[in-house]
Design a binder for this molecule. Structure first.
Ligand SMILES: Cc1ncc(COP(=O)(O)O)c(C=O)c1O
Length: 370
């Protein structure tokens, strides 16, 4: 079984720790344990035995996660090492060679590459810039059929930061239901909305064949915990728990403890409020910088997440352009190419403010010279 290169992750793994400024991240810059927590909780972390814990996620953690979604209980939840593992196990659990998967693009291409590696046939439907990076649901309807096993959504979307309104979520669920297809909704950016209103989760319409995959890496700015989850019906959760035995067995014990605390209903909004505030401050700075290029750079303002998908009108390929920026300015950006969309660059604007300022300062003369 061969998997194609996952270009975005390969490039990030290669360069993100070698550059002076990394603007390839799509979340807010993370904080340390002592910045995040009261000393009593840090003590509790220090005094936790490093057992395997509960391989499906501790009851406390699963209860905290379930509390985010109306009507969910801990039996609807399985904890994973990042939403990446949740996505991977979902595909392992659902997909057989030859299955048809309908896939939103542009998108974080993990499920795309992994499902193709397992022999799935993938059909894509688009988010359109002219529709503020929303889909045309007639296009989706026209490609799904009785053969469709699975529809994959990323909402809020990576790389555009667009958010599907409630009605579209309901309509997509109705389309899936009409052909008895599963839905995987990757919602790892849910909670990082700039308007402070948590967007509609695909959990909400109550369609049984829905899997919501999410995690702490983006909206909660805790990627180092490697903590994610799947939310679905209890039968699916049991099945994916058995497949989890083959991947990583369990999440890290300390990650489980910290995530239970962060996601507890008494604490969760503190983190999200902090993240949303940082996003708003940095987005203003980024927008001012873009305006200084007299129309050569344009983007639809993201609704969520620390990323802006920016179109440019210079005649240079996006991979070449970000390589030039990395070599000349030691700043890492993401090429539209890696999403199959040249003439775009994804800027991560969630870096520490001083880093964002310095990185943009370094990029300015390079862009001016184009
Ligand atoms: C849409 C999406 N899903 C999943 C992931 C993986 O995130 P993690 O495994 O850190 O939760 C990413 C990372 O960029 C992403 O953008």
């Amino acid at each position: 079984m061969k998997f194609e290169e996952f270009k975005l992750e390969r490039e990030q793994s290669t360069w993100e720790n070698k550059v002076d400024y990394n603007l390839s991240e799509s979340g807010v810059h993370p904080r340390t344990l002592s910045e995040l927590f009261e000393p009593e909780f840090v003590d509790q972390i220090n005094n936790t035995e490093l057992t395997y814990g509960f391989t499906e996620g501790s009851p406390d953690l699963r209860k905290s996660i379930a509390s985010i979604y109306s009507g969910a209980t801990k039996d609807n939840v399985q904890a994973f090492n990042g939403s990446a593992e949740a996505n991977m196990v979902s595909i392992m659990t659902l997909i057989e060679p030859g299955d048809e998967v309908v896939y939103m693009v542009p998108n974080y291409l993990q499920i795309y590459g992994f499902a193709r590696g397992l022999g799935a046939n993938i059909k894509t439907f688009k988010l359109h810039e002219s529709l503020e990076w929303k889909p045309d649901l007639d296009e989706l309807k026209s490609i799904v059929s009785e053969k469709t096993k699975l529809i994959c959504i990323c909402n809020p979307n990576n790389p555009t930061g667009s958010v599907l309104p409630k009605k579209m979520v309901e309509d997509i669920v109705a389309i899936a239901e009409s052909v008895d297809a599963w839905i995987i909704a990757d919602e790892v950016y849910r909670g990082a909305e700039l308007n402070h209103k948590e967007c509609t989760s695909f959990w909400e319409p109550g369609y049984k064949k829905t899997i919501v995959n999410c995690g702490l890496s983006k909206a909660y700015a805790l990627p180092g915990l490697r903590l994610g989850w799947s939310l679905s019906n209890p039968e699916y959760i049991k099945q994916c728990w058995a497949n989890h035995d083959y991947t990583s067995i369990s999440v890290g014990r300390l990650s489980d403890l910290i995530a239970s605390h962060v996601l507890h209903p008494n604490n969760r909004m503190n983190t999200l409020d902090y993240i949303r505030k940082q996003l708003a401050i940095n987005l203003g700075l980024f927008q001012d910088w873009v305006t200084g290029f007299d129309g050569h750079l344009n983007f639809i303002v993201p609704e969520a997440g620390a990323m802006a998908f920016v179109n440019y009108d210079w005649s240079i390929n996006s991979s070449d352009l970000i390589t030039k920026v990395r070599k000349e300015a030691s700043v890492m950006l993401v090429a539209g190419d890696w999403y199959g969309m040249d003439q775009y660059i994804r800027f991560g604007y969630g870096a520490k403010r001083s880093h964002l300022e310095k990185a943009l300062e370094r990029i300015t003369p390079i862009f001016r010279s184009l």
